[in-house]
Design a protein around this ligand. Structure first.
Ligand SMILES: [Zn+2]
Length: 120
C-alpha cells in the first residue's frame, strides 16, 4: 500500500526531526523589508535590467511592479504577491497587470506619464 505524503513526512521526521522546506528568513531586526540588503540588491539588479519609470507615488507597504520593461506601478505587497508572475511568461504578466490596473482604478490612483516600453 502506498503511503500518503503526510505519512512519509511523519516517518522522516521520526528519523531526522522536523522538516525545513525553506531556510529561515534573514534576521534584519526592525529594518523594513524594502531596506534589507538582499532586497535592495535585487531591486538594483532589476533597475539595471529594466528601466524604472514609476507610474504612481510610492506608499508604505507597496511593492514596485513592472508592468513592462520600463514602467512600474506601486501596488500593495499582498496583491503583488498574490499572483506569481515573470516577464518571461506573458500570460502571467497579463494576469498580474489586470489585477494591478483594477486596484489602481478602484482606488482612483493618479497615473503619471508612461514611457514607451523598450522592445523585448
Ligand atoms: Zn511584479
Amino acid at each position: 500500500m502506498a503511503l500518503s505524503r503526510a505519512e512519509i513526512e511523519k516517518i522522516i521526521e521520526r528519523w531526522i526531526g522536523p522538516l525545513n522546506y525553506y531556510p529561515p528568513p534573514p534576521d534584519h531586526g526592525d529594518l523594513p523589508y524594502n531596506e534589507w540588503p538582499e532586497v535592495r540588491a535585487r531591486a538594483a539588479k532589476r533597475r539595471e535590467l529594466f528601466g524604472f519609470n514609476p507610474l504612481n507615488e510610492y506608499f508604505e507597504g507597496a511593492d514596485g511592479h513592472h508592468i513592462d520593461k520600463i514602467n512600474v506601478v506601486y501596488i500593495p505587497r499582498k496583491l503583488h504577491q498574490s499572483i506569481r508572475h515573470s516577464q518571461k511568461k506573458p500570460h502571467s504578466m497579463i494576469r498580474i497587470n489586470r489585477a494591478a490596473m483594477k486596484w489602481i482604478e478602484r482606488n482612483n490612483i493618479p497615473i503619471l506619464a508612461a514611457k514607451k516600453p523598450l522592445p523585448l
